[in-house]
Design a binder for this molecule. Structure first.
Ligand code: HEC
Ligand code: HEC
Length: 244
C-alpha cells in the first residue's frame, strides 16, 4: 500500500508539477507539488499522524467528530490550519506562515473534511455553547463546576487511565480554545462526553451552560498559569477575549 502510494507519487509529480523539474531528477515525494489537492493525500501526509487515520483515534482532537464539524466554521478552520493553534502542538501549514501548503490546498482540506465528516443536524436540534469564548470566565466558580462535573472521571488521586487534565504539564500543551472545543464537542473516539453527557454513569444531569464552559476553561487556565509562565499567545487568548 505504502509502496504503491509512493510509486504513484513519483509518477504523478512530473505530470502535475509541469515545469521546474529536471528530466530524470528523482523528485522527493515528501516535497509534494503544490498542485496536489486530493483530500486523502493531503490529509494522510500532513494531518493523520496527529489527528488519526480517518480523523479519529489520534493523539489530537478527532476532526471526524460530526459535532466538531458542526461547531466550527470555515474561517476558523482556515485560521488554525494556516497559522497553527496557539498554546498547542498544532503547526502552521500555510506557506504564508512558513508551512508547505498553498491556500488552495488548505481550502481542499476544509472541503474534504466537510464532505467526509460533516453530518446534518449533528446536535439533534439542540444549540451548543458557542465555539468561541462568550465572556471572561470565573475560575473560582469554574473550580466547583469542575469538581461537580468533571472530577469524577479526571480526579488526580483516582487510579485511572484518564488524563490528569488539571496538571500544569498537561495544560501547558493545550490552549484554552482547544479545551473549550473538547468540552463542547466531546471526543467520541476516546470517550470524552460532549457538553450534554457529562454525568457519571449516564445519570441524567443538566447540560453544561455557556457560563459553565467559560468558567471551567478559566479554572483550567488558572492552573496552567500557576504551573509556569504561559507563552504570550496563550496568555493573551484568555485575558483579552476581544483579541480572538
Ligand atoms: C504535530 C501534530 C499535529 C499535526 C501534524 C496537525 N495537528 Fe491539528 N492540532 C494538533 C493539536 C495538538 C491541536 C489542539 C487540539 C488538541 O490538543 O487536540 C490541533 C488542533 C487542530 C484544529 C483546531 C481544533 C479546534 O479546537 O477547533 C484543527 C482544525 C486542526 N488541528 C486541523 C489539522 C489539519 C487539517 C492538519 C493537517 C493539515 C493538522 N491539524 C495537523 C496537532 C496537530
Ligand atoms: C464520564 C467520564 C468523563 C467526564 C464526566 C469527563 N470526562 Fe474528560 N475524558 C474522559 C475520557 C474517558 C477521556 C479520554 C481519556 C483521557 O484522555 O483522559 C477524556 C478526555 C478529556 C480531555 C482530553 C484529554 C487529552 O487526551 O487531550 C479533556 C480536555 C477532558 N477530558 C476534559 C474534561 C472536562 C473539562 C470535563 C468536565 C466538563 C470532563 N472532561 C468530564 C471522561 C470524562
Amino acid at each position: 500500500m505504502r509502496f504503491i502510494a509512493l510509486a504513484l507519487a513519483v509518477f504523478s509529480v512530473p505530470l502535475v508539477a509541469g515545469c521546474g523539474l529536471r528530466p530524470g531528477y528523482p523528485p522527493n515525494p515528501m516535497l509534494r507539488p503544490t498542485a496536489v489537492t486530493d483530500f486523502a493525500t493531503l490529509y494522510n501526509q500532513n494531518c493523520a499522524a496527529c489527528h488519526g487515520q480517518n480523523g479519529q483515534n489520534g493523539p489530537s482532537i478527532d476532526l471526524a467528530n460530526p459535532e466538531y464539524q458542526a461547531l466550527v466554521d470555515d474561517a476558523t478552520l482556515r485560521k488554525w490550519i494556516s497559522g497553527g493553534m496557539p498554546g498547542t502542538e498544532m503547526p502552521a501549514f500555510a506557506q504564508s506562515a512558513g508551512g508547505m501548503l498553498t491556500s488552495a490546498q488548505v481550502d481542499a482540506l476544509i472541503a474534504g473534511m466537510r464532505r467526509n465528516w460533516q453530518r446534518p443536524n449533528a446536535f439533534d436540534g439542540v444549540s451548543p455553547p458557542p465555539y468561541a469564548q462568550a465572556a471572561v470566565g470565573d475560575p473560582v466558580r469554574g473550580q466547583s463546576t469542575y469538581q461537580a462535573r468533571c472530577a469524577q472521571c479526571h480526579e488526580p488521586t483516582r487510579d485511572s487511565a484518564n488524563q490528569q487534565i488539571t496538571s500544569p504539564r498537561y495544560l501547558a500543551l493545550v490552549g484554552d480554545q482547544a479545551l473549550r472545543t473538547i468540552i463542547i464537542a466531546g471526543r467520541p473516539d476516546i470517550g470524552q462526553p460532549d457538553w450534554r453527557h457529562d454525568s457519571p454513569g449516564g445519570q441524567a444531569a443538566a447540560p453544561l451552560s455557556v457560563v459553565d464552559v467559560d468558567n471551567i476553561v478559566a479554572y483550567l487556565a488558572s492552573l496552567r498559569n500557576l504551573g509556569q509562565p504561559a507563552p504570550a499567545s496563550t496568555a493573551s487568548s484568555h485575558t483579552t477575549p476581544a483579541g480572538r
